[in-house]
Design a protein around this ligand. Structure first.
Ligand code: FES
Length: 154
């Protein structure tokens, strides 16, 4: 079947119910999308599916083939997407494992809402778990991009 990932069309050889995550990682060698829980709960495998943050661990590749997929590798050619730059400015990652998923959720939020409120930030990011507890820095980075004041130092 044909799969469109990061603006490029691929012919993939996979069973229709194979989770998109494994096609991305094993067949297309796009390793930035991480396996976390495998149950669409932790958010480590978040990609954009037609612009919507979507868990690649539970999306059958046959369903993914109906739309456009963007992975962390597709946000920018050189890691200079504004969200990635803000992540650097705020030293967001700790171990880093969850961060591709966090960035994909944050970039989708900012694409649909350039000035999210704190409640909107928290709502949009609530499905992305960080075992290192980087949440205050994630919120600060998103606020930075939204041009809003930080509520105290983080
Ligand atoms: Fe370690 Fe989020 S930075 S799990």
């Amino acid at each position: 079947m044909k799969l469109t990932v990061n603006g490029r069309s691929y012919d993939v050889d996979a069973e229709p119910d194979t989770p998109l995550l494994w096609v991305l990682r094993d067949e297309l060698k796009l390793k930035g999308t991480r396996y976390g829980c495998g149950d669409a709960i932790c958010g480590a495998c978040t990609v954009h599916f037609n612009g919507t943050p979507t868990r690649a661990c539970r999306l059958p590749v046959s369903a993914a083939a109906a739309g456009e997929i963007v992975t962390i590798e597709g946000l920018s050619a050189d890691g200079s997407h504004p969200v990635q730059e803000a992540w650097r400015r705020h030293n967001v990652p700790q171990c880093g494992y969850c961060q591709a998923g966090q960035i994909m959720s944050a970039s989708a939020l900012l694409a649909r809402n350039a000035s999210p409120s704190d409640d909107e930030i928290d709502g949009a990011m609530s499905g992305n778990i960080c075992r290192c507890g980087t949440y205050p820095r994630i919120r600060a980075a998103i606020r930075d991009l939204a041009g809003s004041e930080e509520e105290g130092a983080s």
